[in-house]
Design a protein around this ligand. Sequence first.
Ligand code: KIV
Length: 273
Amino acid sequence: MSTAIQEDKRKVTTHRLREMKDRGEKISMLTAYDYSMASIIDQAGMDVILVGDSASNVMAGNITTLPMTIDQIIYHGTSVMKGVTRSLVVVDMPFGTCSGNPMKSLEAAIRIMRETGADTLKIEGGEEIIEDIKKIIGAGIPVMGHLGLMPQSINKYGTYTVRAKDKEEAEKLLSDALLLEKAGCYAITLEKIPAKLAAEITNKLSIPTIGIGAGGGVDGQVLVMHDMLGINKNFSPKFLRRYEDLNTIITQAVKNYISDIKSRDFPNENESY
Ligand code: KIV
């Protein structure tokens, strides 16, 4: 277990993430969508918990993140906040809630912050929504940017493949990252881009970068909880490291329960009143 992080019981803040970057301590981030898992992840010492709109996939069974509504993300954010004492909690702004109308985006951001009690928001996009991001940060709401593969734009890309492999897209990504830093973002998630580009961006920024499929040269790592715990069997991108095979473990436990009911082994005398 690494040193300072888990032993330090102080609440993680955006300021502390910046200090971690400055001293070269990697930032850990994982998604959570409910009270019970959020409490476990918080108690385990995670620096940042992301209430991701990946809930649309792993909780609601949708193919994309687009169906996620503001009411649904607020429900997940509120549940997570009840289980967390230490981790910094970041809530995703869902598709369509931050898209080029700064006043409307601010209203949505305020609603999410007020109703969930979360610490910060994460927003997908660069130059195209920079005025929205400035408006939100101007109102005192910390924003984590999100560049590279942006799942809310999947219909524009038409594929979940690695982004910014060509020079033009790589230059735009770097310029967006610099814009987000200038606008006041406290960190940026970089999703599924070449490791070399992610490291270059990380070195050029003074705010932390958190990677998913962006190699080891970034300031921190994020994964979707269901993926790293092996709850999903059908999602195996190259960047994913599975830390457990919960699908098999849960299936076996459920089978044992069914079998105990059928054989009348459960409940026994000690389990009865
Ligand atoms: O919604 C999410 O879980 C995310 C991560 C993939 C970074 O945005």
